[in-house]
Structures are given as structure tokens and as C-alpha cells.
Design a protein around this ligand. Structure first.
Ligand SMILES: *[C@@H]1O[C@H](CO)[C@@H](O)[C@H](O)[C@H]1NC(C)=O
Ligand SMILES: *[C@@H]1O[C@H](CO)[C@@H](O)[C@H](O)[C@H]1NC(C)=O
Ligand SMILES: *[C@@H]1O[C@H](CO)[C@@H](O)[C@H](O)[C@H]1NC(C)=O
Ligand SMILES: *[C@@H]1O[C@H](CO)[C@@H](O)[C@H](O)[C@H]1NC(C)=O
Ligand SMILES: *[C@@H]1O[C@H](CO)[C@@H](O)[C@H](O)[C@H]1NC(C)=O
Ligand SMILES: *[C@@H]1O[C@H](CO)[C@@H](O)[C@H](O)[C@H]1NC(C)=O
Ligand SMILES: *[C@@H]1O[C@H](CO)[C@@H](O)[C@H](O)[C@H]1NC(C)=O
Ligand SMILES: *[C@@H]1O[C@H](CO)[C@@H](O)[C@H](O)[C@H]1NC(C)=O
Ligand SMILES: *[C@@H]1O[C@H](CO)[C@@H](O)[C@H](O)[C@H]1NC(C)=O
Ligand SMILES: *[C@@H]1O[C@H](CO)[C@@H](O)[C@H](O)[C@H]1NC(C)=O
Ligand SMILES: *[C@H]1O[C@H](CO)[C@@H](O)[C@H](O)[C@H]1NC(C)=O
Length: 489
């Protein structure tokens, strides 16, 4: 205050205050709990001073004298107030010292003087604070996401008295609370925890900076947190589901803008593609969901994802029309490409087709019928969708003729095991046939030999006579005629 620069001016202001607004403009002295405080005596002390005393307002109606001093004999008289026993003393200039200030000392004191025969009494209020008053920002935001409602942090002031008003500053400018939300926890008289949440709505990059919170009365003692507002926007080009015709070209791009360094990936299923992705001459296999994801390197929690679906459409195309002989029937398979899914019809003269359900592959639709033609016939597969039609034919011979080997005749790859086992059983049959044949031949030969021997005993004798080492060998071996016959085969 400029007023304090000269004593005269000070006095004038003091008098003006004293005359006009003494009651309202009571001097307030603040003290931290536990401190020693000095209360000034503002009553008239100039002139023939007879008495100075300090009083305390214990209730609205009762004032109690704490001490009195009489200059005539320089004697200080202490009153017996237990609360202030040994805690008060009269300082120089008749100021009052109170030691070990507590919350109960938050009272109005007054300095009473008697100058000549004039009495004067000026009150002074004591306010106490719990020290230290360092607010803390807890749960601080690591970053703020632009355009989103977020919490900057929670300002906690512990062990404080009285309950403070908390103010928030951003880069030293006061900020208004959008959802002021003060919780107070009172752990006993002198231990108050004040919690204040600060939430920002729709932050922009300009909201980056240091956030501090402090008590209104102690703006220099503050807790702080530095928060950066990050932004990350991702758009995909094209930015919505799209249908394209087979053979057309398309370029897919992921466009990210951010407050930092951003990593962008384009994926379909689990496959990663370069961006931009240029797809020339689209095929059905290019259909599917493509996903762009962007991630901010500085703030790993910050990521964006966009996905679009590409639908490749086209008129039906019959890629395969084949016949196959299975189990004495003819199976005709018609494989169609095209999107939307083509409707397939069969045209046959002769037999009524029996359509079999077949599992479709990715962009290929399979159709199958089974027939047993009694005459040579022509089968037509006709596939139709919104974009057009395709058809193809295959010739079937009557069951009683052999199908000519052509490119439409398929071997049966579906039952390769059957074929194998067939050839195996065939081999087995051959082997069994050979063995049976040999056995039969042996039996016949044996019977003929036996009959021959029975009908011509002479010849046997002759043989014996002819003598011979063969016969002797047989006898030695103990062989009889039958067995010798068999063994001769
Ligand atoms: C009174 O308190 C003040 C601090 O407020 C201190 O400087 C002074 O020494 C004290 N006086 C006495 C007599 O203790
Ligand atoms: C303040 O109080 C909170 C909750 O009671 C506690 O978590 C925190 O540690 C305290 N801070 C200090 C500095 O005492
Ligand atoms: C808190 O702020 C309100 C409104 O500004 C004010 O009336 C009140 O006195 C303040 N309390 C303290 C302890 O400063
Ligand atoms: C958020 O801020 C932007 C830019 O100032 C503004 O265009 C937009 O309307 C705001 N949104 C809300 C919900 O306030
Ligand atoms: C794109 O298609 C997918 C799958 O049909 C669907 O879930 C999604 O909502 C569509 N997106 C838009 C923007 O139409
Ligand atoms: C697709 O790209 C190829 C090669 O760049 C080009 O020759 C062709 O004309 C393009 N087709 C369409 C429909 O634009
Ligand atoms: C052939 O026909 C038999 C009897 O009808 C059946 O059990 C078998 O599964 C059929 N085989 C094939 C490949 O269709
Ligand atoms: C097939 O149709 C043609 C003409 O419609 C007919 O001449 C022929 O006899 C038919 N064949 C059979 C086996 O029905
Ligand atoms: C079917 O037979 C007809 C007449 O025998 C012939 O003209 C046609 O080319 C044959 N079609 C196919 C696909 O073999
Ligand atoms: C049916 O087709 C078979 C084999 O292609 C052929 O040998 C036969 O002559 C044909 N029969 C008729 C009636 O066309
Ligand atoms: C403050 O009050 C809210 C409910 O209003 C409660 O959820 C929160 O736990 C309280 N905080 C403290 C520190 O007591």
C-alpha cells in the first residue's frame, strides 16, 4: 500500500478507517497452528496512559480479561484463564503474544486502553491455519485427448484448517471449474482433507501446459502437474463401405494427423499392407474388411481405428463344369464365380436332377447334381445375378455307353482310398486265383498219376526191374506212392 510510505498518510488513512468502518474493517491476524502470534494493540495509546488490558471474546456476550498493565507502577497482572495460562505475554508496544496457537484461539481479542479519562477498545480477530498447506495433485492425467471430457487431476489438501477454497490455474491463469466437486473428509478437528477434481471438457491443444491448484488464500503454495493435450485423427480413404466391380482399380489409404509421431498400419485379416494400397484389377479375393489403425508413439494409450468393407461384385462366370462317374451315377459339378451370389439353374432333358448341397468356397459357389441318364443328354448350368448371366453345357452319354474321355470327364479324386483299396483287392484276387489254380493242377496231376499206376502194375515192376536208384532213394526216404506222386508235380 502506498499509504504506508509516510507516517502522516498512514495516520490519515488509519483515522478514516477508524472513524468510518471500525466495526467492519476489523484487523485480522493469521497464524499457522502451533506458531506464536503477535496481536497489535490498535487502541489509543497517545497521551496520559493509565491502563492497557487485553480481553478475549469467549462468547457473543461475554468478554474475559486476559491481562492488564498499569504504566504507573509498570505492573502486569495475569488473569487466571486456564486456556491461556502460560501462553500469553505482553510484548513491546503492548502487543499481545500468544504461543502455540490452536484452532480454539480463533477468536476476537481486543485491546482496551484508558488515556486520561478516555477509554478506547479495538478488537482484532485471529484466524488460524493448519500448516503446511501444500496441495497435492493426485491421479494426474498423463495426457489429454483432444475433444474429450477428461479429468486433469485431483487436488488434495491434507491437514488443513479451515476448509480452503481451491483454485486451479492453467499456465498461471485462473481457470473456472466446469464441475466443481469438492469432497471433504474431516478426520478430527484439525485434520481436514479437501479433495477437488478438475475436469476439462473438449480440450484443445491450447490446453497443454502446467495445471496447478492452490488455496485461494495461499496462491503461492501450490501443487502442479504438467499435462499435454494430444490429438490423433484418422480417416480412411475411401471412408465407407464400398462395392466395386471385378477388374476395377481401387486405392486404399489411411490418413492420420496427430500432435506427435504416429504409426499407421493397414490390415486385412492378419495381413499387413503398405499404405497407400493400390489394388489393380480387383478380384473376388480382395473382398473383405480393411482396417487402418494409428498409434501415437508419445502416448501409447492413444490409438484410433477405422475399418471399411470392400465388396467386389461381378457377373457370374462358370469356372468349371465337369462330370464324374461315382457309384454307377453321373455327378455333374458346376463351379460359379460372381457376386452377389448367383442363382444356379440346371437344364436337362431326360432325367430330373437331384441337387446336392455343397459347401461354398470363398468367392466360388459350388453346385452339384446326380443323374442316371438312359439316353445321351446335354446338361446346361445357368448362373444368374444382378450383373448378368453365364451358362455352360456338358454332354452325358447314356449309362449303357462308356463316357468318352474328354476334358470334362473327371476322375474321382474324392475317393482315392477306394481306388487304392480296389486295386489292392484286385491284386489279392489275382494272387488267390493263382494259388487256387496251382492247387487244382496239383490235385489233378496226382489223381492221374495214381490212376496210371493202378492200371499198369507191370510197368511199375518194370520200373523196379529197370532198377534203379530213384526207387531206392524213395524207399530210403520212406515215401509212399501217393506222396511221391505229389512231389513229382
Ligand atoms: C512475540 O512474538 C514475536 C513473533 O510474533 C517474537 O518475535 C517476539 O520475540 C515475541 N516476544 C516475546 C517477548 O516473546
Ligand atoms: C493426503 O491424503 C491422502 C488421502 O487421505 C493421502 O493418500 C496422501 O498421501 C496424503 N498426502 C500427504 C502429503 O500427506
Ligand atoms: C471461498 O469462496 C467463497 C466464494 O468466493 C467465499 O465466500 C468464501 O469466503 C471463501 N472461503 C474461504 C475460506 O476463503
Ligand atoms: C469442441 O471444440 C471444437 C473446436 O473449438 C468445436 O468446433 C466443437 O464444437 C467443440 N465441441 C463441443 C462438444 O463443445
Ligand atoms: C460396413 O459393413 C460392415 C459389415 O457389413 C458393417 O458392420 C458396418 O457397419 C458397415 N459400415 C458402414 C459405415 O456402413
Ligand atoms: C487399372 O489400372 C491399370 C494399370 O494401372 C490400368 O491399365 C487400367 O486401365 C485401370 N483400370 C481402370 C478401370 O481404371
Ligand atoms: C455308393 O453307394 C453305396 C450304396 O448305395 C453307398 O454306401 C456309398 O456311400 C456310395 N458311395 C459314394 C462315393 O457315393
Ligand atoms: C432331348 O431334347 C431334344 C430336343 O428337345 C429331343 O430331341 C431329344 O429326344 C431329347 N432327348 C432325350 C433323351 O430326352
Ligand atoms: C455335345 O454334343 C454335341 C453333339 O454331339 C456337340 O455338338 C457338342 O460340341 C458337344 N458338347 C460338348 C461340350 O462336348
Ligand atoms: C451316345 O454316346 C455314345 C458315346 O459318345 C455313342 O457311342 C452313342 O452312339 C451315342 N448314342 C446315341 C443314340 O447317340
Ligand atoms: C469424495 O466423495 C465421493 C462421493 O461424493 C467419493 O466417491 C470419494 O471417495 C470421496 N473422496 C474421499 C477422499 O473421501
Amino acid at each position: 500500500m502506498g499509504a504506508s510510505s509516510t507516517g502522516t498518510l498512514h495516520l490519515i488513512v488509519f483515522l478514516l478507517l477508524g472513524l468510518g468502518m471500525r466495526a467492519q474493517a476489523m484487523t485480522t491476524v493469521t497464524a499457522m497452528i502451533g506458531d506464536t502470534v503477535t496481536l497489535p494493540c490498535e487502541a489509543n495509546l497517545f497521551g496520559d496512559l493509565n491502563l492497557v488490558s487485553w480481553r478475549v471474546r469467549l462468547t457473543d456476550t461475554s468478554n474475559e480479561q486476559l491481562l492488564s498493565y498499569s504504566p504507573s507502577n509498570s505492573k502486569t497482572e495475569m488473569k487466571n484463564i486456564p486456556e491461556y495460562k502460560d501462553r500469553i505475554l505482553l510484548n513491546k508496544n503492548f502487543f499481545l503474544n500468544i504461543t502455540d496457537v490452536g484452532i480454539k484461539d480463533e477468536r476476537v481479542f481486543s485491546c482496551f486502553t484508558l488515556v486520561g479519562s478516555d477509554i478506547d477498545e479495538v478488537p482484532v480477530a485471529l484466524k488460524v491455519y493448519k500448516a503446511p498447506l501444500t496441495p497435492e495433485i493426485m491421479e494426474p492425467a498423463a495426457f489429454l485427448d483432444e475433444g474429450v471430457l477428461q479429468k486433469v487431476g485431483v487436488c488434495v489438501v491434507n491437514n488443513t484448517y479451515p476448509m480452503p477454497n481451491i483454485t486451479w490455474q492453467h499456465n498461471d491463469d485462473n481457470v473456472d471449474l466446469n464441475s466443481p466437486d469438492i469432497n471433504v473428509t474431516n478426520n478430527g478437528e484439525e485434520n481436514v482433507v479437501v479433495t477437488d477434481h478438475y475436469e476439462l471438457i473438449n480440450v484443445t491443444q491450447e490446453d497443454t501446459g502446467e495445471y496447478t491448484c492452490s488455496e485461494q488464500d495461499n496462491p503461492n503454495i501450490k501443487g502442479g502437474v504438467t499435462v499435454t493435450v494430444h490429438y490423433l485423427t484418422l480417416t480412411m480413404n475411401p471412408n465407407q463401405n464400398i462395392s466395386k466391380m471385378v477388374g476395377e482399380n481401387i486405392t486404399l489409404d489411411c490418413l492420420a494427423s496427430s500432435s506427435g509421431t504416429v504409426d499407421v498400419t493397414l490390415m486385412k485379416k492378419n495381413k499387413v499392407y503398405q499404405t497407400p494400397l493400390r489394388l489393380d484389377s480387383l478380384q473376388y479375393m480382395h473382398s473383405g474388411t480393411y482396417t487402418c489403425s494409428a498409434r501415437l508413439r508419445e502416448v501409447k494409450e492413444m490409438k484410433r481405428e477405422k475399418a471399411i468393407m470392400i465388396r467386389v461384385e461381378g457377373k457370374p462366370k462358370i469356372t468349371k463344369l465337369t462330370k464324374k462317374i461315382v457309384n454307377n451315377t453321373k455327378v455333374i459339378t458346376c463351379v460359379v464365380e460372381g457376386f452377389p451370389k448367383p442363382v444356379v439353374q440346371w437344364s436337362i432333358n431326360g432325367t430330373a436332377p437331384r441337387e446336392e448341397s455343397v459347401k461354398d468356397k470363398k468367392s466360388q459357389w459350388n453346385h452339384k447334381i446326380t443323374v442316371q441318364p438312359s439316353e445321351n443328354i446335354t446338361v446346361t448350368c445357368i448362373a444368374t445375378n444382378a450383373h448378368g448371366q453365364d451358362q455352360d453345357t456338358v454332354n452325358l452319354t447314356a449309362m449303357r455307353f462308356k463316357e468318352p474321355e474328354d476334358e470334362t470327364l473327371e476322375q474321382d479324386p474324392a475317393d482315392p482310398t477306394d481306388e487304392k483299396s480296389d486295386s489292392k483287392t484286385d491284386q489279392a484276387k489275382v494272387i488267390v486265383g493263382v494259388i487256387v489254380g496251382l492247387l487244382i493242377a496239383a490235385v489233378i496231376a496226382g489223381v492221374i498219376y495214381w490212376l496210371y499206376k493202378k492200371k499198369s502194375p507191370t510197368s511199375k515192376t518194370k520200373t523196379n526191374e529197370r532198377g534203379t536208384a530213384d526207387e531206392i532213394k524213395k524207399i530210403n526216404k520212406g515215401d509212399n506212392n501217393h506222396t511221391s506222386g505229389s512231389s513229382a508235380v
